[in-house]
Design a protein around this ligand. Structure first.
Ligand code: MN
Ligand code: MN
Length: 392
């Protein structure tokens, strides 16, 4: 076997059985691909393309573009927990950050607001969200798995887990420096105001606020439910993703694109992608924004081709964050035996992409054939419609 076929054979075998041992079994006299020193078999087995990169990856080093939520620093409370992946954890992620949060039934994320827009998707269970719009009108909605919400910057809001088992959700912020621990909280704000100022402002006696907490609540458990009349505000800050038709459906999977064209209030765009086993989210790039990814289910691998002769392939699975800088070419291949589901998130009101195959299919064929040394039959077979998952 040539080095190329041997290596790809070993890589595939290791992926197939998920085993570190298979990655180590290199036959023949050439010991170049052995790794006899200390190793972490569990992590190495999950990252076969980092342990033995495909020969098409560059020798020029590429910044890490993966961070598993398993590594994130968790803040735990009675009522739930929170953990985040920001530029602190993943330095390449300058434009976006994610916060993963769990609230028990009755658990409340304290009333607060922040300087970035908050986009969210429910991952499990149900929650009640409340906000007021810029005209002071009340918004209350119940959200379930795959529903979205978007709170523009400065809009105060709360989230409470509902029966029977609360919820878990992913918040995505349009600022890599964002931190969920640096929001403007109701309790914090009150604790930093003099009693006589509060009394004057709310036109009550100073003693009325004697029991205001001296420290932030952040997440807390309560019996009181976030009631409020449903939907008084004419603005809908919520979106029911599964009630729309997929934007594109092929034999290989489907894509649902939700941006300001169908979800009016949002300034963050989403593509929810499902890739069936053996399928691949085709090669493409985004001309207008960086892409922040969250892997919801399954296993996949992604190669990012950067400028200056650089390319790297990394493996992803449930719970991982991925990141692709604006304009860089990438694909995501399902490497597992069940559906791969992930989110592509953008700091932009509008979703935009260029498909690699569509671009070449709409470029004069003589020019493409001269570049790539391919025949006309090959050129003619290129898919022409873009935003797709193969097989078509
Ligand atoms: Mn928030
Ligand atoms: Mn993409």
């Amino acid at each position: 076997m040539s080095t190329f076929t041997r290596r790809s054979f070993i890589g595939k075998a290791a992926v197939a059985i998920g085993s570190f041992t298979a990655l180590q079994k290199v036959v023949g006299a050439d010991r170049s691909k052995s790794d006899p020193g200390p190793a972490n078999p569990g992590l190495d087995g999950q990252n076969p393309d980092s342990i033995w990169p495909p020969p098409t990856d560059s020798k020029s080093l590429v910044q890490n573009f993966k961070y598993p939520f398993s590594f994130a620093n968790k803040r735990t409370y009675e009522g739930g927990w929170s953990r985040e992946v920001t530029i602190r954890e993943l330095p390449v992620s300058k434009d976006m950050a994610g916060v993963n949060m769990r609230l028990t039934a009755g658990g409340v994320r304290e009333l607060h607001w922040h300087t970035s827009g908050e986009w969210a998707i429910m991952l499990y269970g149900t929650a009640r969200i409340t906000a007021i719009d810029a005209d002071g009108k009340s918004f209350v909605a119940d959200v379930k798995k795959n529903d979205l919400w978007f709170f523009p910057s400065g809009i105060p809001h709360s989230i409470q887990g509902l029966n029977p088992d609360g919820c878990e959700f992913m918040l995505v912020f349009d600022d890599g420096e964002f931190s969920e621990s640096e929001t403007v909280l109701l309790s914090d704000a009150m604790a930093h105001l003099a009693p006589e100022v509060l009394a004057k402002n709310f036109t009550v006696g100073e003693k009325a606020f004697a029991n205001v907490p001296k420290q932030e609540l952040f997440i807390f458990q309560t019996e009181k439910s976030a009631a409020g009349a449903l939907g008084k505000s004419p603005k809908d800050f919520g979106f029911r993703t599964m009630e729309i038709q997929p934007t594109k459906q092929t034999k290989g999977g489907e894509i649902r694109i939700v941006d300001s064209r169908n979800f009016k209030v949002t300034t963050t765009a989403m593509a929810m992608v499902t890739v069936h086993p053996g399928g691949m989210r085709e090669l493409h790039w985004h001309p207008n924004a960086d892409e922040w990814q969250y892997y919801i289910a399954g296993k996949g691998r992604m190669t990012v081709v950067a400028t200056g002769n650089k390319a790297r392939t990394m493996d992803f699975q449930e719970g991982d964050v991925g990141y692709v800088q604006k304009t860089l070419l990438h694909y995501i291949e399902n490497t597992g035996d069940k559906d791969l589901i992930f989110l592509e998130m953008f700091k932009s009101s509008l979703y935009q992409e260029f498909s690699f195959s569509e671009w070449l299919a709409h470029t004069p064929s003589e020019l493409v054939m001269a570049h790539l040394k391919v025949d006309k039959a090959t050129y003619d077979a290129f898919p022409k419609n873009g935003i797709s998952i193969t097989p078509l």
